[in-house]
Write a protein that binds this ligand. Sequence first.
Ligand SMILES: [Ca+2]
Ligand SMILES: [Ca+2]
Ligand SMILES: [Ca+2]
Length: 137
Amino acid sequence: MHEGVEECDDGNDSDEDACTTECKLARCGDGIVQEGEDCDDENTDDDDQCPANCRLPVCGVDIECCSFRLCQNGGKCTDTLKGYQCECPPEYTGKNCELPRLEIIENCVMNALSGSGEAFVGERIWSDGTASAPLMN
Ligand SMILES: [Ca+2]
Ligand SMILES: [Ca+2]
Ligand SMILES: [Ca+2]
């Protein structure tokens, strides 16, 4: 270790520990993700991908989860004590409304009353069985 020139010298070629290969002490803003850092974008700006303390905010602890746009396909996000909840449109389900709900048409029978004889009367049943609606076409 050279006094005055080097801040540290751990004698290895790793940037990811407390002393970089340039013999500078690991710090937030040096562009290298070291121990205790979630990210490091080589600056100490808070307004970009990596905050000034190099710690990514934890949803439900540091910031509201809904600011992450977690609900997909038009789902409505609500922050809860333990995180968030998505209120999904009828066509989607899953924690983040990411799963399409299968539409199954059952009971298709010829509708004798339609006049044309070509219409069907059926039923819409969602894959989770919660909603069904009569279907005519
Ligand atoms: Ca090192
Ligand atoms: Ca760093
Ligand atoms: Ca930054």
